[in-house]
Design a protein around this ligand. Structure first.
Ligand code: MRU
Length: 369
């Protein structure tokens, strides 16, 4: 998608054999800064510290991290170390494990001298595939937006609510939850997006509002607590969120607060859709309660960062000194609250049968990669 008119992906290799570049998402929306990753340690740090984030981009970053690891040490020991380091960065997004298994597995069957080239080729493939997948999610999801608009007599923009950032910044391009919005917008279907700020890290305020604005999609930022009220007033036609891991029975882990939105949507009969690429499905689990939930530092809750009047970005305390704080970063929305899963293969019911219908080859082999 475009930043100041120039098309960008979220991750790319500068030149053959060269470093990997990313957009530092911790600096947005105040500064657009591109950072070079030159080592395994830098790639692992970028994932852990959320310079890159969002399930598909975490997977793509892990694949490039393996390439950087192989550049440093392509021995079997180096490969094992790179896989282990990257796997330990963030636990909830299953795309991380998926990418490491896919690239790491192929590298184990590759001679050490070839591993750098094979890792680079596979990481680039994962990125290209992600772009195609997200574009397809966009096309399927845009049909839901278009039919909502048509049912309303094409009288007013479709009001869509989203949580966190499942936009192009969370993938390689297009996004998952935002892809239907971008496709509909480009097709001339009028849309307006309610953007949840998404405490504690404010991915909605700092990333979703920024990327929608850069692309010219009308949106309004709301605090997390406003969603239920807007739904009860009939001001939301549908919700679309992303997911970090969807189990084989259709339970959906996503950014903390998603579950509350799904509850409010069910109470108000507002359709609640989840957009996801195939690699976000964890076929080894059939119960969302078994998804590991990342617990992040208390300071993300007790402090907040923003640009001060001086123009400097500063972090300030918002809680009493020493106040204890819990910070579960994700929650699980049970399949029964999900109206439909929007995938690159079409839209299905959030259920074992629904997912098996779209991915028959995966559901038969369940844990196979
Ligand atoms: O902690 P984050 O910012 O990585 O969490 C991201 C989300 O929860 C996204 O909604 C999810 O990864 C889907 S991304 C297409």
């Amino acid at each position: 998608m475009k930043v100041q008119g120039r098309p960008y992906r979220t991750i790319w290799q500068e030149s053959e054999g060269g470093d990997v570049s990313i957009i530092d998402q911790t600096k947005l929306p105040h500064e657009f800064s591109v950072v070079r990753l030159g080592s395994l340690a830098e790639a692992a740090h970028a994932i852990r510290a959320m310079l890159v984030r969002g399930a598909p981009l975490i997977g793509a970053s892990a694949a490039w991290g393996l390439y950087l690891g192989m550049r440093e040490d392509s021995s079997d020991a180096g490969l094992a170390e790179a896989c282990e380091t990257l796997l330990a960065t963030r636990p909830t997004a299953v795309n991380l494990r998926w990418a490491i298994e896919r690239v790491g597995g192929a590298l184990r069957d590759t001679a050490a001298a070839e591993r750098v080239a094979v890792a680079a080729r596979m990481a680039a493939e994962i990125c290209d595939e992600d772009v195609d997948i997200c574009r397809s999610i966009g096309e399927h999801g845009a049909e839901v937006i278009r039919s909502t608009w048509e049912k309303g007599g094409r009288a007013k923009p479709v009001q869509i609510m989203t949580h966190c950032n499942a936009g192009w910044l969370a993938t390689v391009d297009w996004g998952t939850a935002t892809a239907p919005i971008y496709v509909a917008h480009e097709a001339g279907v009028p849309v307006h997006v309610w953007v949840d700020e998404t405490r504690p890290r404010n991915q909605g305020a700092s990333l979703t509002a920024w990327e929608l604005g850069e692309h010219g999609v009308p949106c309004t930022l709301i605090c997390d607590n406003a969603g239920g009220h807007l739904m009860s007033r009939g001001e939301v036609d549908l919700l679309i969120t992303g997911t970090d891991r969807t189990t084989a029975n259709g339970d959906v882990a996503n950014k903390i607060g998603t579950y509350l939105k799904a509850l409010a949507a069910a109470d108000n009969r507002v359709p609640f859709y989840v957009a996801l690429p195939g690699p976000t499905i964890d076929w080894t689990l059939d119960d969302g309660a078994r998804i590991p939930i990342e617990e992040r530092g208390a300071e993300e809750v007790t402090r907040i960062a923003g640009r001060a009047e001086s123009g400097r970005v500063e972090a300030v305390d918002i809680a009493p000194p020493g106040c204890s704080a819990a910070n579960p970063a994700f929650d699980v929305t049970p399949a029964r609250l999900v109206t439909g899963l929007i995938t690159e293969r079409g839209i299905c019911e959030a259920s074992q049968g629904g997912l098996a219908g779209l991915y028959p080859e995966r559901s038969r082999g369940k844990a196979a990669s």
